[in-house]
Design a protein around this ligand. Structure first.
Ligand code: NAD
Length: 484
């Protein structure tokens, strides 16, 4: 299978925070990969803008080091890396002051697509947006890309939306959730809406429940102070898991177009029921021989912030009434794994005797590791000896299905940045979606705060607190195994 790389229009991409961690680890290596893939036109330019006092040469040197560090096998002396680095420029800038802006105004061309990536703390979004307008840098068609976290509650998200809306139209604002840039997540839409097999069954009549898991093995060490003000609900559920839930649960949009897709996602969020206290388990990892406990990492012995959350979520609409969605995410768990798993119901009547066992189809959409889709179907166990049933996978691991081409699947950040240049907002969150997600999240957090709930301790390297297992057991269901 041959994947096609279609070059985008010529662009100037300004990365505010171009010297920061995210730019060095993800954005710039991602752009390098698109350059290597031939997607970047000859005269496209990338302009770093940050506080550090660098010139073009210094920035190129820094990016060369970042590529070598985060892309094994690459060196800044390689010919292709050097060619890429020659596209880079830099200007020192102060988001909160006037320094550097007139220089940036001279650098950004008026006759090409211009995009501004705000890879800085959200406290600077409003400053950057207003200065881009004040200095006449952002033309009518300019795009801005903003990073998470988009607020910490409804009030702050509204404030951020307001700060951006004062300078840019909604069609210019690209709120990034890198989960939406994953190949498999888009494939979920292809599987649902480009095949006749699944959609007729995609409802409460045929689906018993859905599980969405984002498990991490790392703790919060190094960014414990930041994380402690957030927690798993704000850091993961309100954005990443919510987006996965939306794409799984939404109605088919009339067209695969930004607002049509986002309208359907918004309806899902608005259909979410409030979550009962009994349907939430929060946890904190304890210390083990490999590392400190959560409260030590967070440097807050009294912390009530969760590093793990599992919850049962219900949707009040015709399609999903009676089919729960179980969400769970946590740090220092057994393996790094993200997946959406759709558990279908058993057949209404079994024609086979009891020895054949009971079986149900399971569709799993893996985001990591090994992006791919796997459908378990029941067949007869081969050989003589009567009718025994066995579940076998119909595996669509992309690496196997696509062969060497799979290596060229762009990473989420690359894909999303190219979508910004193309002007396609389908995989970005709209302002009202983010606000609706916070409107659902806020009362849940307020309720556990009011009760003074203490997260349950859990051992690192496990699947989380016992109570999360019990939550499933009492409904005669089981969590999927967490494994790499
Ligand atoms: P960082 O602290 O490593 O870098 C911040 C960058 O902003 C630096 O380049 C710095 O020079 C610049 N900056 C700070 N104040 C400035 C000012 N007044 N004027 C101009 N430039 C200024 O941060 P980071 O980890 O790269 O994160 C950037 C954004 O991305 C944050 O909003 C963060 O929440 C988000 N984010 C980061 C990651 C990650 O993995 N690092 C992941 C998801 C989201």
């Amino acid at each position: 299978m041959v994947s096609r790389t279609i070059p985008v229009d010529t662009f100037d991409l300004v990365i505010f925070g171009g010297t920061g961690d995210l730019a060095r680890r993800k954005i710039l290596p991602g752009l390098y990969r698109r350059f290597v893939a031939g997607q970047m036109p000859e005269d496209a330019r990338i302009i770093g803008a940050a506080r550090s006092d660098l010139d073009d040469a210094g920035f190129r040197d820094m990016v060369g080091d970042a590529i070598a560090e985060f892309m094994p096998g690459q060196s800044k002396t390689d010919k292709t890396v050097k060619q890429f680095l020659s596209r880079l420029h830099y200007t020192a800038i102060d988001a909160r002051g006037e320094a550097g802006w007139s220089n940036l105004a001279k650098l950004v061309r008026k006759d090409v697509v211009s995009a501004f990536y705000f890879s800085v703390g959200p406290g600077l979004f409003g400053d950057l947006a207003s200065r881009l307008q004040k200095h006449g840098i952002a033309q009518e068609n300019a795009r801005i890309v903003v990073e998470k976290p988009f607020g910490r509650d409804l009030a702050s998200a509204k404030e951020l939306n307001g700060a951006l809306a004062a300078s840019f139209e909604e069609h210019q604002i690209y709120r990034i959730d890198h989960y939406l840039g994953k190949e498999t997540v888009q494939n979920l839409m292809a599987v649902r809406f480009a095949n006749v097999l699944f959609e007729p069954l995609w409802n409460a009549q045929y689906i018993d429940h859905v599980q969405i898991t984002v498990a991490e093995t790392v703790g919060v060490g190094g960014r414990g102070g930041y994380y402690d003000k957030s927690g798993a609900m704000r850091d993961m559920v309100q954005n990443h898991l919510m987006q996965l839930l939306c794409l799984t649960a939404m109605e088919p949009p009339a067209r695969f177009e930004p607002d049509a897709v986002r309208d359907e996602k918004l309806k899902v969020i608005r259909a979410l029921d409030p979550v009962e206290a009994d349907d939430i388990v929060r946890g904190q990892y304890v210390a083990d021989e490999n590392g400190p406990s959560y409260v030590e990492d967070a440097e807050n012995q009294d912390s009530l912030t969760e590093s793990y959350i599992a919850m049962k979520v219900k949707l009040s609409n015709w399609r999903w009434n009676g089919t729960p969605f179980y969400l769970r995410t946590g740090k220092r768990l057994k393996a790094r794994m993200s997946e959406i798993v759709v558990h279908f119901k058993e057949t209404p009547h079994s024609i086979f005797d009891e020895d054949a066992g009971s079986h149900a189809n399971v569709l799993s959409i893996r985001l990591q590791p090994d992006e791919g889709i796997d459908l378990r179907v029941t067949i007869k166990e081969p050989g003589p000896g009567g009718m025994r049933l066995v579940d076998v996978p119909l595996d669509m691991t992309f690496a196997d299905a696509l062969g060497p081409e799979a290596e060229d699947i762009p990473d989420a950040y690359e894909r999303l940045i190219m979508d910004v240049i193309r002007g396609n907002q389908t995989l970005f969150m709209r302002g009202d979606e983010v606000e609706a997600a916070w409107a659902w999240t806020d009362p849940i957090i307020a309720a556990w705060k009011a009760r003074g709930d203490r997260p349950k301790p859990y051992e690192p390297g496990t699947t989380g607190p016992e109570d999360a297992l019990m939550m499933m057991h009492r409904e005669h269901r089981r969590w999927r195994e967490i494994k790499a």
